[in-house]
Design a protein around this ligand. Structure first.
Ligand code: NZQ
Ligand code: ZN
Length: 395
């Protein structure tokens, strides 16, 4: 356990072992990356986008010498049953050596859960809920096709269990991918909806690390720059889906999102918007980035106070270029408005009702979040009532 210290730079113990292979035609390195990991491969993918863009055929060609089993149809908000359970069964039956995940965050996350489940004798849910500690995992290689989650560079996965309305985040260092192949060209075909949602997700990953009590000038600068880059390149990706440089910079910004590099030495933030959104997509199966875009400005308005004012002023001045000479409260309000307007300008629905969520289960979700997510230690602690107010304001 690393000790924490109030009001000073925090200790940390950091490692990201994942090899990033970035750029046009980086897929050519796939056989060389896979060879030392074994010949029996589980090829995991989603609903078929990789076939439409020719990536599936390319992978099969490059891995002609490997013995390939497949797990397809992994859904957004990947499901424990059937996807994780099917994957674990295939890995055990066919004695798979390595998982190749080809797709977006959902395919990668599902593959991570399979990787630990395949090396465990009991119910894999025990691992995902930390009732049992993973001791081993199959190695994972991925080819990313959607810039958003940062799953390609972190050891987290988020798995949904429909029957209990659970969407559980699981962090396990054994699930860092061995290598991530990142060719921005494979993201040209991502729809407007998913491009905007991916941009909002990555922006929120940065904000979840930026809005905290103690930060450094170094981290603040990287975060502010990442936010400006995501807004500028996100918009370019919508206007010109095949703009290589825009897709490339967006991809790299997203990759930095979740492995902690943006907050080394910062105090704990609690990732409150993610805690709240995960319940929304657990109960209603909505798109993660859209849920975040809806929650973020309401959460900001809820936590704005004398204590947090200076953070919002810094954010407004350095990210949106708001005049530093204005009254502080005015800067903060304008910064929150600008956040909302940016998401709206990307075509994201900005009300829960627009994504099919009404007030009927708000109380139940607020309770679920308060009990399961532990937001009492967040940057601004959130009680069940606070969470209910944020959800209600988002309707
Ligand atoms: O299933 P296919 O046919 O591949 O279509 C997918 C899916 O419908 C499509 N898509 C992906 N690449 C495409 C493409 N369509 C056209 N061209 C391409 N190149 O996009 C749709 C959404 O895919 P998904 O993988 O669900 O999106 P995303 O990457 O945003 O992942 C979202 C999931 O990741 C979790 C989220 O909660 C959600 O479950 N997260 C994972 C994190 C992590 N591991 O660190 C952190 C995040 O905060 C997040 O919670
Ligand atoms: Zn996210």
């Amino acid at each position: 356990m690393i000790p924490t210290h109030p009001h000073m730079m925090q200790n940390f113990d950091y490692m990201t072992p994942t090899r990033l292979i970035f750029g046009r035609e980086s897929i050519l390195q796939l056989p060389e990356v896979m060879a030392p990991l074994g010949r029996r491969v589980l090829l995991a993918y989603g609903g078929g986008s990789i076939k439409k863009i020719g990536l599936y055929d390319r992978v099969r060609e490059l891995l002609a010498d490997f013995e390939i089993s497949e797990l397809s149809d992994i859904q957004p908000n990947p499901k424990y049953n059937p996807s994780v359970l099917d994957g674990v069964r295939i890995c055990k039956e066919r004695q798979i050596d390595v998982i190749l995940a080809v797709g977006g965050g959902s395919v990668l996350d599902c593959s991570k859960a399979i990787a630990v489940g395949a090396k465990y004798d009991g119910d894999p849910w025990d691992l995902i809920t930390y009732k049992a500690q993973a001791r081993a995992a199959l190695p994972i290689v991925d080819i990313l096709t959607l810039a958003a989650t940062g799953s390609e560079y972190d050891c987290g996965c988020v798995i949904s269990r429909t029957e209990t309305n659970d969407k559980v985040g699981y962090m396990e260092p054994l699930t860092f991918p061995v290598a991530s192949i990142l060719d921005p060209v494979y993201t040209f075909s991502v729809s407007r909806k998913q491009t905007a949602a991916g941009c909002a997700d990555a922006m929120n990953h940065v904000m979840e690390q930026y809005f905290t009590a103690d930060t450094t000038l170094l981290n603040d600068g990287i975060c502010e720059s990442a936010l400006r880059s995501l807004m500028e390149n996100g918009r370019k990706c919508l206007d010109h889906p095949d703009d290589y440089d825009a897709r490339a910079e967006m991809m790299l910004c997203c990759t930095y999102g979740c492995n902690g590099i943006l907050s080394l030495g910062n105090s704990y933030s609690g990732w409150p918007c993610h805690a709240i959104e995960h319940a929304l997509s657990a109960y209603y199966d909505i798109t993660h980035g859209e849920g975040l875009a809806i929650i973020t400005p309401r959460w900001m308005r809820h936590i704005l106070s004398e204590r947090t004012l200076d953070r919002f002023v810094k954010y407004g001045v350095n990210v949106f270029g708001i005049d530093a000479a204005l009254d502080k409260e005015e800067i903060a309000q304008r910064a929150i408005d600008a956040t909302y307007r940016f998401f709206e300008s990307m075509g994201i629905p900005m009300h829960l009702r627009e994504v099919g969520i009404n007030d009927s289960r708000i109380g139940e979700m607020a309770h679920h979040i308060a009990v399961n997510e532990g937001l009492e230690n967040a940057y601004v602690p959130l009680s069940e009532n606070d969470i209910r107010d944020i959800l209600t304001a988002s309707l």
